[in-house]
Design a protein around this ligand. Structure first.
Ligand code: NAD
Ligand code: MG
Length: 388
């Protein structure tokens, strides 16, 4: 294959967990994929290593101080053009040469670069779920208007996307998102008071960034994914279900009106959905071992217990209430997780904080982007100020 038909990829959040899974896929398919832009918040050394390995011409450090330090210390080769700050991240998302932008930064900071990629007419692979939870209405409307191909990279949504591809959604009855149940699926409820950040980030099946690992333990992650699925696939909350599936092999189900259910299955590694998005609509051999039916294994399913997972209930309520509620849920959760990780809050306080901030702010309507961002900021402030 010649250079000119390689797909040119921009990877936002290259130093994270999704980032490193993406690099694995890129290493395996150098004839089809070329990395032309990367970003990180502050890890200049790791980003510079990625740039020299993949000969990346454009890089961004969003943290201005990290950017200035990296410039002063000449951390990057002269063949990489380094820029700093959030505006530079949005510019990178709209890089004229790019064919596809993979948004893998963590948190609500994914919204602006996603919108920038849409405005620039890029195909987008979206791993960052918070962008849709916060600004789903705006993202989907602009993506439709601009005719953008929005490829879901989150494993559940990627599974649903693959299952729906050949089927008319008018005959869809429901979507069923699978969830591992996280590290505390079987922990006695009374012991949850004592769990520490290091317990919470030990996920049984997936190796992920800290924020999403805590979200998986509380199932706030599945809550965010319900809202993400609502925007991506246009279904109301009544048609979105969650089932616990401890093995994380069936990545979600779609059920049609005649009762038939389709699933997408692969081992629990993000390289599978990432590769699907990067090469879409082509397919190529996987970079990791695939499922082996010559070995016995079992798949189990059970409904989630609302008492154990109050964050999931709060997310459902936010989706039903609509308006600003999902944005408030997202902001309050992000701050609660940060405060838990820095030992300021107990694990059971996470849903208490989210509920308190929702009670104060969820009724707000968000007619435009400015009011949405103002609500996000206010929810964060209240979540910071929250005391038990
Ligand atoms: P991570 O914490 O491992 O990495 C986050 C990346 O974003 C890093 O490159 C970091 O430098 C960058 N970043 C952090 N804060 C930033 C900021 N304020 N501005 C700009 N860049 C910033 O996170 P992750 O686990 O890779 O998750 C990334 C996104 O993908 C999240 O939205 C998560 O929900 C989603 N996701 C992750 C997984 C997974 O397996 N890790 C699976 C599905 C979806
Ligand atoms: Mg997921």
């Amino acid at each position: 294959m010649t250079d000119c038909i390689r797909k040119k990829i921009v990877l936002l959040g290259a130093t994270g967990s999704i980032g490193s899974n993406t690099l694995q896929v890129l290493r395996a398919h150098p004839d089809q994929l070329e990395l032309i832009g990367v970003s990180a918040q502050s890890n200049d050394r790791k980003l510079a290593e990625i740039c020299s390995e993949f000969k990346v011409p454009y890089a961004v450090l969003t943290d201005e101080k990290a950017y200035e330090k990296a410039q002063a210390e000449k951390v990057f080769d002269s063949s990489t053009r380094l820029a700093g700050g959030n505006d530079a991240l949005s510019e990178l998302a709209g890089l004229p040469e790019a064919d596809l932008v993979l948004v893998a930064v963590v948190g609500a900071c994914g919204l602006q670069p996603t919108l920038a990629a849409i405005e620039a007419g890029k195909d987008i692979a979206l791993a960052n779920k918070e962008a849709l939870v916060l600004g789903g209405a705006f993202v989907m409307e602009r993506a439709r208007e601009k005719g953008i191909r929005l490829l879901p990279t989150d494993s559940e949504h990627n599974a649903i996307f693959q299952c729906l591809e050949a089927q008319p959604t008018t005959q869809l009855d429901r979507i069923i998102l699978t969830a591992s149940g996280g590290p505390f699926r079987d922990t006695p409820l009374a012991e949850l008071e004592k769990v520490t950040p290091s317990d919470a980030v030990q996920h049984p099946n997936w190796s992920m960034g800290h924020k999403i690992s805590v979200d998986s333990a509380t199932m706030a992650n599945k809550g965010l994914e319900l809202i993400e699925a609502h925007w991506l696939f246009g279904l109301p909350p009544e048609q979105l279900q969650v089932v616990i599936h401890p093995q994380s092999i069936a990545h979600s189900f779609v059920q049609f009106i005649d009762g038939s259910i389709l699933a997408q299955m692969s081992p629990p590694s993000m390289t599978f959905p990432i590769q699907h998005c990067l090469l879409y609509p082509e397919r190529a051999p996987a970079v990791e071992p695939t499922l082996d039916f010559q070995q016995a294994f079992q798949l189990e399913f059970c409904p989630p217990d609302p008492q154990r997972f109050p964050c999931l209930v709060l997310a459902y309520d936010s989706l039903r209430n609509g308006g600003g509620a999902p944005a408030v849920f997202n902001a309050a959760n992000e701050i609660a997780v940060g405060r838990f990780l820095s030992n300021e809050l107990s694990y059971p306080a996470i849903p208490h904080l989210i509920e308190a901030v929702l009670e104060q702010l969820a009724a707000r309507s968000v007619p435009d982007m400015d009011s949405l961002l103002a609500l996000d900021a206010e929810a964060r402030q209240r979540a910071h100020d929250f005391k038990l």
